[in-house]
Design a protein around this ligand. Structure first.
Ligand code: NAP
Ligand code: MG
Length: 458
């Protein structure tokens, strides 16, 4: 008998569906089908692969509302965000549909003949994704990997497999060959580990926690298998006294409470120049209280529930012994519609640099506010973390914006804004936040190995 797991709606705590848990033999069978499908796919003319990805993009776009509604139920994402995520998947596919015809090699001058390079696909790529942005993060791996001529096996997180499963069905509907893009549901320790250990999976893309990511990287090292890691973060939102403080305060809740703080790029530390500290907190409080927490199916909602009961206890545990300045709202436990959901109110904590809340990733709607003295102190504090994923710098001084953005050791920074993700610009972290980059103009090439061939003419 096949074992299953239950997918839960985090807004109501009610079960949605039973999903099969693949074992190692089923994972191996899917990888074997991927090996076969990849050979035909890689031998197609570039334009045929481009057309196939455009067809996949069109089918996803046609099902964007269905995918969005599925994400609202499975992940509790507000419907507005979920619609953005579904369209984003189609856009990522369209963008990398332009790659097959642009993966040009080089011609290098060598005496006595001709030297050329080829971008060869790895073969089968294994992609392991977390539960916080199930379909977007999956697409950052599968779209460029397929474009470069690879087959893909994808393992969604057990908490949130529904949109990934649907994307696998839509790929077949769009005409992708069976086995070329296979979604395998199951546990990380079985399916995910098999991607790491199986000799026919030639590259692994992992997004998730730093601790599991280190294990995945160690396993890949034993197989001499390249690995891309997108891990945790403790990103800083640096607010200088010369910033437009109204604008910075109004934008700060979105930068950390979006997706209930379950975002690797969450600006979960707000570092404020001491002379503007009191004024900034005065402006921040109404912005946090106005953050609308509630039914994710409602168009006016800014933030839904946390993903699970156990994650809610973890987040709550981070508040032990902290100095809470103020909190926003959340549905109450006696609310007949939403009472059982995994709610957590947006919370603002005043902290010191050595406090746990200022150092560890909470992955929930909690932000630590700390003062700094000057520009050098701001950069030092921003870098006083094991992580280095994202960050924001609020200042009206251009020279300072340049100096601080060069000084902060993070992969993705934003000045006078909190944006992190555009599919056509590179994304990824430094230090404990990861290895390698996704998205941007070069992502398809990252799913290839360079082959050099010399043709003697004499
Ligand atoms: P996680 O526990 O590391 O899980 C991530 C994925 O890895 C899931 O699919 C999980 O499967 C699988 N997995 C678990 N153990 C595994 C193993 N031994 N071998 C192979 N795969 C394994 O992370 P999470 O709790 O889902 O996500 C939260 C973390 O992800 C946070 O730290 C966050 O910062 C990070 N994150 C980073 C980014 C980024 O782009 N940098 C984006 C999103 C999230 P199961 O479903 O079976 O657990
Ligand atoms: Mg986990």
């Amino acid at each position: 008998m096949t074992s299953t797991f239950t997918v839960i709606d985090p807004t109501t705590a009610r079960p949605i569906r039973e999903i099969a848990r693949a074992d190692e033999a089923q994972t191996d069978a899917a990888i074997a089908r991927a090996v076969v499908a990849q050979r035909s796919w890689a031998s197609l003319p570039p334009v045929a692969r481009a057309d196939a990805l455009r067809a996949f993009a069109r089918v996803v776009e046609a099902h964007a509302e269905e995918l969005a509604q599925l994400e609202v139920r499975n992940s509790g994402h507000p419907i507005g965000s979920a619609r953005w995520e579904a369209s984003h998947v189609a856009q990522v596919l369209n963008f990398y549909a332009g790659a097959p015809e642009r993966l040009s090699g080089q011609q290098i001058p060598v005496a006595g003949g001709m030297d050329v390079t080829f971008h060869e696909p790895y073969g089968v790529v294994g992609i392991i994704v977390p539960w916080n942005f199930p379909m977007t993060i999956a697409s950052w791996g599968f779209a460029p990997a397929l474009a470069a001529g690879n087959a893909v096996v994808l393992k969604p997180a057990e908490l949130t497999p529904l949109t990934a499963i649907r994307l696998g069905e839509l790929a077949l509907e769009a005409g992708l060959a069976d086995g070329l893009f296979t979604v395998i549901t199951g546990s990380g320790s079985v399916v995910g580990q098999r991607f790491v250990s199986h000799p026919d999976v030639r590259k692994v893309v992992f997004t998730g926690s730093t601790s599991v990511g280190m294990d995945v990287a160690a396993g890949c090292a034993r197989e001499l298998k390249p690995v891309t890691l997108e891990l945790g973060g403790k990103s800083a939102n640096l607010v200088f006294a010369d910033a437009d403080l109204e604008k910075a305060a109004a934008a700060a809740p979105g930068a950390v409470f979006d997706n209930a703080g379950q975002d690797c790029c969450a600006r979960s530390r707000i570092l404020v120049e001491r002379s503007a500290y009191d004024r900034f907190l005065e402006l921040l409080e109404p912005a946090v209280r106005a953050w609308r927490v509630g039914d994710p199916a409602d168009e006016g909602t800014d933030m839904g529930p946390l993903i699970s009961a156990s994650h809610r206890s973890t987040v709550a545990g981070f508040l032990d012994g902290t100095n809470v300045a103020f909190r926003g709202s959340a549905p109450a436990s006696d609310d007949p519609m939403l009472g059982d959901g995994f709610w957590f109110p947006p919370t603002v904590v005043l902290a010191e640099p050595h406090d746990r809340i200022a150092r560890e990733e909470v992955f929930g709607p909690v932000v630590a506010v700390l003062p700094f003295d000057d520009e050098a102190d701001a950069i030092r504090l921003a870098n006083d973390t094991a992580y280095g994923l994202a960050g924001s710098i609020w200042t009206e001084n251009l020279g300072r914006a340049v100096r601080v953005s060069r000084g902060v050791k993070s992969g993705v920074l934003s000045v006078n804004s909190h944006s992190s993700v555009r599919y056509w610009t590179p994304f990824g972290g430094m230090k404990a936040s990861g290895l390698g980059r996704e998205l941007g103009p070069d992502a398809a090439e990252h799913f290839t190995e360079t082959k050099n061939v010399f043709f003697a003419t004499e």
